[in-house]
Design a protein around this ligand. Structure first.
Ligand SMILES: [Zn+2]
Length: 368
């Protein structure tokens, strides 16, 4: 009996790093919405961009105005994203509200997609990630680090997204994670009849551009994967916000954000209904880059478009205090996301990468 007790204590000592014992997070879900500006997140429908949209032949912005317009920016953002503002933000923390003294920026100089995701997942701006070409980079990502350090099975860390490039940015090596994107078949070993049905549907739904598939179907694939395989770390990459914006369709972009708000609500409901996720999951929602200001530049983003570096991030979970937009004042960076994910699993950000940004301030209770 005594021997058994000693053995049990030893096992506990070995299996739990000291600072992990206080964390309640078991799972992390990272949701990225491609190229969503702070302007829409914090102020809803932009009157200047909407005025130009009204001049376009095919725009249905007047319907959007009925749905999303109010005089006050605080009202407008709630009309556009009611679940995000009504439930998620009050339950967690939202960085990037410059009117509240919080600024969030990308460190990379390029201000487009691949450099942004690489910075987010490796914790540093990598100068060699300077295009959106499908290739891997040597820097280790938070996703593969968490899987390796915790010795998780392959199914426990997954990347499911609408853009076919995401899988190359998710890990420095092939086959270390479960990945699915674009119009690709789901890896057979981890698929289900429902995922196969959704993948076939996705293949037959035509999108605006060729390389990106439908975000709603991608979301349902991710939800089915979550229920079936119960991943500890999931990156859900959505991409149609960037497509509608590059097409200069502000009316569709607003409807897209409203739809995405419903998908976030469904994701949260799924989390809350699942015994392994309820009260044990940290949800991070963010973007890879901002976009320009005003009725012309809003559609584009890169190093020549001012303000493309402004981004935002929401984090909600059992270890994060419910401060809403009252986050610590100052500037945080996209490069801080990787260390935040690593720390949420009780792992050491310093051991993960000497070059990675710090953990976002205040998001883990007691950790500044
Ligand atoms: Zn992007």
């Amino acid at each position: 009996m005594r021997g058994f007790t000693v053995k049990l204590i030893l096992c506990l000592l070995v299996s739990a790093p000291s600072h992990a014992a206080d964390l309640r997070t078991r799972n992390v879900i990272l949701v990225t919405l491609d190229g969503v500006r702070t302007q829409e997140v914090f102020s809803g429908m932009d009157p200047d961009v909407a005025a130009r949209s009204a001049e376009q032949v095919y725009s249905e912005i007047e319907t959007g105005r009925e749905r999303y317009w109010a005089e006050s920016p605080l009202e407008r953002r709630k009309l556009l994203m009611p679940f995000f503002w009504g439930t998620l933000v009050p339950s967690g923390m939202l960085f990037g509200d410059t009117t509240n003294g919080s600024e969030m920026l990308v460190r990379n100089s390029f201000k487009f997609s691949s450099p942004g995701y690489a910075e987010m997942l490796t914790g540093e701006a990598l100068p060699e990630v300077n295009d959106n070409v499908a290739r891997r980079f040597p820097a280790i990502t938070a996703l593969e680090y968490v899987r390796t350090k915790l010795e998780l099975p392959k199914s426990a860390v997954a990347q499911i997204g609408s853009w076919d490039i995401f899988e190359f940015l998710a890990a420095s090596k092939d086959d270390v994670l479960v990945t699915n994107g674009g119009y690709a078949a789901f890896p057979a070993e981890f698929s289900t009849p429902e995922i196969d049905r959704l993948v076939e549907l996705r293949r037959n739904v035509m999108q605006l551009w060729e390389e990106s598939s439908n975000d709603t179907i991608t979301y349902y694939i991710a939800r089915e994967y979550l229920r079936e395989h119960e991943p500890r770390l999931l990156w859900l990459g959505m991409s149609q916000s960037d497509d509608w914006a590059h097409a200069d369709r502000y009316d569709r972009l607003l409807d897209y954000l409203h739809l995405t708000d419903r998908l976030l609500q469904d994701l949260w409901t799924t989390i809350e209904a699942h015994p392994l996720y309820r009260g044990r999951t940290t949800l991070i929602v963010t973007t890879d880059h901002g976009r320009g200001l005003g009725p012309v530049d809003w559609a584009e983003h890169d190093e020549n478009i001012p303000c493309s570096e402004y981004i935002w991030l929401a984090i909600i979970g059992p270890d994060t205090p419910p401060l809403g937009t009252k986050v610590p004042a100052g500037t945080v960076y996209q490069a801080d996301i990787a260390a935040t994910i690593v720390a949420l699993f009780g792992l050491s950000p310093a051991e993960f990468s000497a070059n990675a940004g710090p953990v976002l301030p205040g998001v883990i209770s007691g950790n500044q």
